[in-house]
Design a binder for this molecule. Sequence first.
Ligand SMILES: [Zn+2]
Length: 599
Amino acid sequence: MLTQVRKRQTARLVLDFAKFGEAFMTFGKPDRRRQRVFLIVAILFACGPGWTQTPKGRPTTSTKSAAKPARPKLVVVIVVDQMRADYVDKFRGQWSGGLKRLVDEGAWFRAAAYPYAATETCVGHATISTGAFPMHHGMVANSWWDRDQQKMVTCTSDPSVNNTAYAGARTQGGDSAWRMLLPSYAEELKFQTGGATRVVTFSLKARAALTLAGHKADAATWWDSSTGAWVTSGPYRTMPFIEEFVKQHPVAADYGKTWSLSLPRSEYWYDEKAFGAGTVDGWGATFPFPLRGKEGATSPDEAFYQQWSTSPFADTYLTKLAETAVDSLGLGKSGGCDYLGISYSSTDYVGHTFGPRSWEIEDMLVGLDKDLGDLFGHLDQKVGQGNYVVALSADHGVAPIPSDMQKTGFDAGVVSLSELQGRLEKALEPFNFAKPVIARIAGNDVYLAQPIYGQLRHDPAAMKALLDGALATPGVAEVFRAEELADGFETLSEARTAAELSYFASRSGDLFVLQKPYWLTDGSATGKKTYTGTGHGTPYYYDQRVPILFMGYGIQHGEYFERVTPLDIAPTLGALTGITLAVHDGRVLSEGLQKRAAK
Ligand SMILES: [Zn+2]
C-alpha cells in the first residue's frame, strides 16, 4: 500500500474553536475577512474565565461568582515512541488495561497522521508539544549538521548547561529544549495559569522528556543508556522524590529478570521469529529474553542496560516513576491544572530491532496496556475519574523490515548513503570544485561543503549532474532542492509538501533525497553490511500514521474518521484548559469534545 494523498489541509487550516469550530473552518486559501470575524469571536471567547456572553453578544465581567472556571485538574500526555496506528486496529482484542480503556471510553481518532516528512522522535514530540509544524518549532530532526560549527548536533544538545544524574550516578553532556523555537503547551499552561501548575515529564530519551516539558519545568527526567543513570539538567529542578525513588529502585535491580511471553502462544500474529530482525547483544532470536547482559556476564553491564531499555521492564519503571510523581507532588491538587508527560521509548527500540510484524512488539503493547491500566487506576484514585484528561499518541510509525516486505514480491530495500555520497562526488568531479564537496549526509539531508551549494545554484550544468547523480542511486525516488522547499510553493506533490513542512533553512540539508516507498537509508560506513531491523523518518504513511486517543475530562467518547494530525493535540488541550498557543498550525478536535452549555 503506497502513501495516500494528503492534501495540505492542516497547513492552511485557519482558526477554529470548540464552540464555533465547524462553521468557521476554512480550507485552502484563507478567507481573510471571514478569518478576521472569527478571530474576534475566538478572542472574545478565549478571554474565557471571568467573561460571559450577554444576550446582545457583548462581553461583560461575570458577576455570578469568582469561582475558577471548570477545567481538568491534571493533563496527562502520553507518547508511545514508534507506535503505528494499525497496532490499535489489530491488537486491541488482546488488551484489558489502559489501552483498552482509551478505546472503550475515549475519543479514538482513527485516521491521524503527521503531515510532514521528518517522522523522527524529536520532531514528533516537539510537534505534539507545541501544536506547530517543524518548519515553525525548528526541531526538524533528531540531529542535524551545524554549518557554523561544522559538526553534527543533537536537537537537545546545549553547550551552556550540564546534565546531572540522580543518586550519585555518572552522566555526561548537557541537554535542554533551547533549540525548540516555540514554547511547549505545558510551558504556556504554567505561564497562563499563574504558576500554580506543575510540569513534570519522564522518558528514557532526553529529546522526548525535554520537548514535552519545554524550556523550563518543575522536572524533566530522562535516562543515560550508557551508565543507567536517571538524569536532568540546569533549567529543570532536581526533585527529592526522584532521588529517593531511584535510590530505592535502581534499574540494576531488574538484572536477572526475564522477558517472557505474556499471552498464550496461539494469540500472537505472524511468525515466532520475525524475518530480517536484528539482534540485541546477549539475546537469542526468540522468547524468552533474559536481562543478564553479555554472554557470561554476572553483573549489570552496558548490554544489560540495552536489554532493559528494549523490554517492558523500562515501561513499567517509567509508569511507577510517574505514579510516584503524582503522589509526591500531589499532581491534580495544586488548585491549578498540572501537567504530566510520559514518553515510552522502549517500543521504539523493540520496533527497530524486531519490526512491526513481530511477537516482540505485540508483547510490548500487552505490557504497556497493563502499565497504563495501573496508571489510570492510580489517577482515578488520587485525582479522581473525570478530573483529568489523557491524550495518547506516537511520535512516528515504522516501516516493515525491507527483507520481510520483499517476500510480498514488492520492491523494498536500503539506500546506501555512502554509495549516494560517492555518486554525488563523482558527478561534481568534472566541475573542479574544491574538495571535499560533501560536508555531511544525515538521513535524507545532504549538506554540501560551503560555499559549493551557492555556486551550484548559478551553474545549471553542475546542478543537473548533482541531481542526476542522486537519482541514479538505487532506491532513490526524488530529490528536492533547498530553495524548492523554502519557497512555500503550492504543489500537488505530497512528498514535496511534506518535506516543506519539516524544512528549516539553517538546520536542513541543501538537498532532500527521498527514497522509494519501503526503502530505508543506511548510514553505515561501507553500506555493504547486511541490513537487519527497520526504521522510520519518511513521508510515507506507515511512518506518518499514528494513533490519537483522548480520554477523561471534557472528552466525547467515540470513533472519529476525520483526517487529523498530532498537531491538533496541543490546541485541543488548549481549548479544554483555556490556553492560547502562539502558533496554531493544528486545530481543536471539537468533534471529540463534549458539547456543554457555558456556565
Ligand atoms: Zn526510532
